[in-house]
Design a protein around this ligand. Structure first.
Ligand code: GDP
Ligand code: MN
Length: 361
């Protein structure tokens, strides 16, 4: 997943890489209280997921006083077909020199590849074509926590010394954030030091869960909760809450509800080996959905222990009636626990679903 510039900058800043003073806004008014600290000239940067924003009119340098009006115009525009919904407003840097820095996975050597060029700001391909000497490369073992000093030195060449720590910090960010690409183009020198004027970060999609990034940014609170617990969860329109283990069994439960002319409120697969706490979370989650009048729990014990499941259902303590079908490991114990507390335990999923449909109508 490719992050937007301001998101990447936030992460880089957390690793100690200097970024310009700035603020990200959704409408022009939001910049007002920040303008005084941004200096006499500011840069408006459209936060759109396209390359070459500068050339496409997505980067505008304006006088501080003109920033709100220009931002209003920029919000109305599209950059290469993408509407501008966020703008990063930054102090204008007094750039002395622009460098290029990127870290990627080199697929052929299966190592980390760092590129550094004395001429940044433009396409690296163009630089490589016009001035091959300007692009330096280092291949670093991903097992290393830091870039070896000799490699850092050869990357830098004659470039400003204060750039070295930026390369090391970007390397740490790249490794720790499971990135496929971390790029600063341009990395600039100014009288006040080095800054990441632009930032690009692509996180490996396989690592999104580990990085705590949700793929769909418009999830409901319950969907986020489900994702946190690793449930497969989909909200539907009906009144019967559904909890199963395994996608197949859960789907079969939904099919049966349909067959008995009931309407399911959701699909929730708690996954394999669900313990007491997971089950409690699942039942609470479904019980919290508006419009759910009854919950059917259809679980097959294997690694999942029925007594754990029963305890989880009790722990959840939801207001709705919970109808349970449990079969498998420790089934008798699970049944005893639930029946003791007045829950309905049914032998087959047909019976359980039929009871749920009746209770829902
Ligand atoms: P991109 O075109 O999407 O890569 O956007 P960049 O953030 O890289 O901006 C493009 C160019 O705008 C940079 O190469 C710089 O030359 C210029 N630029 C960006 N920010 C600043 C700034 O704060 N000060 C100055 N003087 N130029 C900037
Ligand atoms: Mn750039």
């Amino acid at each position: 997943m490719k992050l937007l510039e301001y998101e990447a900058k936030e992460i880089f800043a957390n690793y100690g890489i200097p970024i310009p003073e700035g603020v990200v806004i959704n409408e022009p008014e939001e910049m007002m209280m920040h303008l005084p600290r941004l200096g006499s000239d500011v840069v408006l940067k459209a936060q759109v997921d396209v390359g070459g924003r500068g050339k496409a009119g997505g980067i505008l340098v304006v006088k501080n006083a003109d920033a709100p009006a220009t931002a209003r115009e920029l919000f109305g525009r599209t950059i290469k077909g993408v509407p501008v919904e966020k703008i990063l407003v930054e102090e204008k840097l007094a750039i002395e020199h622009e460098y290029y820095l990127s870290i990627t996975v080199d697929r052929s050597s299966k190592q980390v590849m760092i590129l550094f060029a004395d001429t940044g700001g433009v396409d690296i391909e163009e630089t490589a074509r016009n001035d091959p000497e300007a692009v330096r490369r280092a291949i670093v073992s991903p097992l290393l926590a830091n870039i070896p000093t000799f490699q850092l030195r050869s990357l830098l060449g004659g470039a400003a010394k204060e750039i070295a720590p930026v390369i090391s910090r970007l390397y740490r960010a790249f490794m720790e954030r499971d990135a496929l690409l971390a790029e600063i183009n341009p990395l600039v020198t100014t009288p006040d030091g080095v800054y990441a004027a632009d930032a690009k970060l692509i996180i490996d999609d396989n690592a999104l869960a580990r990085q705590g990034i949700s793929v769909n940014r418009d999830l409901t609170e319950r969907e986020k909760e489900a994702e946190k617990h690793g449930f497969s969860y989909v909200e539907l329109q009906g009144t019967i809450g559904v909890i199963g283990n395994g996608a197949g069994l859960t789907m079969a439960t939904l099919d049966l509800i349909e067959q008995y002319e009931g309407r399911a409120a959701n699909f929730l697969d708690v996954g394999g080996g669900a313990g007491r706490e997971r089950v409690a979370h699942a039942v609470r989650l479904v019980g919290g959905m508006p419009g759910v009048s009854v919950i059917v729990v259809n679980l097959l014990g294997g690694i999942t222990r029925c007594d754990e499941v029963a305890q989880g259902i009790l722990d959840a303590g939801v207001a709705q009636q919970v109808i349970v079908r449990l079969a498998g490991t420790n089934e008798t114990e699970g049944r005893r626990i639930l029946e003791q507390h007045g829950y309905r335990m049914l032998e087959t999923m047909e019976e359980a679903v039929r009871a749920a449909v009746e209770a829902s109508s």
